[in-house]
Write a protein that binds this ligand. Structure first.
Ligand SMILES: Cc1cc2nc3c(=O)[nH]c(=O)nc-3n(C[C@H](O)[C@H](O)[C@H](O)COP(=O)(O)OP(=O)(O)OC[C@H]3O[C@@H](n4cnc5c(N)ncnc54)[C@H](O)[C@@H]3O)c2cc1C
Length: 383
């Protein structure tokens, strides 16, 4: 990525905040903290732009945080597509619900835009670099950075672990996340424009016993396809493309042409909860703090909200030279994200029962207003 700073140029001066992971939780926190004039280093393992398994659909709650960060217009200018309807389909039913207008954009484009904004706001960003948390040394956390260019040890007053589902920042201290016994796994790809016929403005969701597949148009007419599968169903299929096509076809949709979808990426088990939300000089946020499978499409709102909400706590700790308030972060996180994930968990549980899904869709077909409270709840701004 053009604007990222060279790994070799990192100096020894301690950082006010080092953020591990440049997904939406990490970039939101880094951007807010840079705007608050803290000395911020955002470290990302992948080289940007990078694809990430995600449906790319931003709801109103997510857009509100983007607006607070001054990023909404940039996302629209980057070609995000407005989405105002959700189409749910199973073997024998298809319904369309109006939803508050959201935006769809690939994560390669969105996360790159966010990390560029961090740099524009005065923060530093290094990609292609893995961060590993070290010990506390006096008033700092030691973090070791590994890149193709070598290894470097840096110090930070505070560290934010925003390293997503794959991240293991606090694992070295023995804090393994709790994975749900029925956790599904995710998979996704972004297809070239025209490879699937889908209306701009409509998010498509095909639901079957083994999982569900979402599809939406993103920038430049490309199609983002993202799915959650039961691991047992995925094992029966010939890879994620085959699994997605089985579900799409069972719901009456055309399959994704094989030649258009060779680049599928997968995820570890989705539904999980971190056993701790921090340690000395460290707070955990975004998917790394906890995630529920993606049916309600709220993960980016949760990540952005946690990144935005953690910033004042970090700013206070740095400017008053006091410890990060772990208990306060637990309360803030539970209020803004944890409690809301319970609703998503309820919906995810319902999806395990085909009869319940059929009855639910039949009821919505007859009376679409039944979905209004849930849709409104999901889209309500956090602040
Ligand atoms: C199938 C699927 C569909 C989804 N669809 C939607 C949707 O339509 N709408 C929605 O709102 N949400 C959706 N989500 C959820 C959403 O993608 C996530 O909740 C969101 O990306 C979480 O952001 P994050 O910043 O916490 O983690 P991530 O976006 O995963 O970012 C974490 C980053 O940390 C980096 N990293 C990890 N370890 C290290 C390390 N040691 N050093 C440096 N960097 C590191 C990773 O490379 C990664 O870039 C979907 C998820 C799945 C699986």
């Amino acid at each position: 990525m053009e604007n990222a700073i060279d790994f070799q140029l990192l100096n020894d001066e301690p950082w006010d905040c080092l953020i591990i992971g440049a997904g939406l939780a990490g970039t939101a926190a880094a951007l807010r903290l840079s705007q608050l004039n803290l000395r911020v280093l955002l470290v990302e393992r992948a080289r940007f732009p990078r694809d990430k398994v995600c449906g790319g659909c931003l709801n109103q709650r997510a857009i509100d945080i983007l607006m607070r960060l001054g990023m909404r217009d940039a996302v629209v200018q980057a070609g995000a597509v407005s989405q105002a309807a959700l189409e749910l389909a199973t073997t024998d039913q298809r319904i369309r619900l109006a939803v508050p207008t959201g935006l769809s954009i690939s994560r390669a484009a969105l996360d790159t835009l966010m990390s560029e904004a961090v740099i524009d706001a005065g923060g530093c960003f290094v990609d292609g670099t893995k961060a590993v948390l070290g010990d506390v040394d006096g008033g700092h956390r030691i973090v070791t950075l590994y890149s193709d260019d070598g290894q470097k040890t840096v110090r930070a007053r505070t560290v934010l672990a925003a390293d997503g589902l794959h991240g293991g920042t606090l694992r070295s201290a023995g804090h393994e996340p709790r994975i749900a016994a029925d956790a599904r796994v995710g998979a996704g790809t972004v297809l070239p424009a025209g490879s699937v016929r889908i209306e701009p403005g409509v998010i498509r969701m095909a639901i079957a016993v083994g999982g569900y597949v979402g599809a939406a148009m993103v920038e430049a007419g490309r199609i983002d396809v993202a799915a959650a599968f039961d691991p047992s169903f995925l094992r029966e299929c010939n890879g994620p493309a085959d699994a997605a096509n089985k579900i799409l076809m069972s719901a009456g949709y055309a399959p994704v042409p094989v030649e258009a979808s060779t680049k599928w990426k997968g995820t570890p088990p989705l539904t999980r909860r971190a056993t701790v939300l921090g340690a000395e000089r460290v707070l955990v946020l975004g998917d790394a703090a906890g995630y529920i499978e993606p049916f309600t499409g709220e993960g980016m709102a949760w990540a952005l909200t946690s990144g935005y909400a953690v910033a004042p706590l970090v700013e206070h700790a740095v400017s008053h030279d006091v410890p990060l308030p772990l208990q306060e972060w637990r309360n803030v996180y539970r209020g803004h994200v944890g409690s809301r994930q319970l609703v998503c968990r309820g919906v995810a549980t319902l999806l395990r029962y085909p009869l319940a899904v059929r009855m639910f869709l039949r009821a919505l077909g007859w009376q679409p207003g039944l979905a209004t409270p849930l849709i409104r709840y999901i889209n309500t701004p956090a602040f």
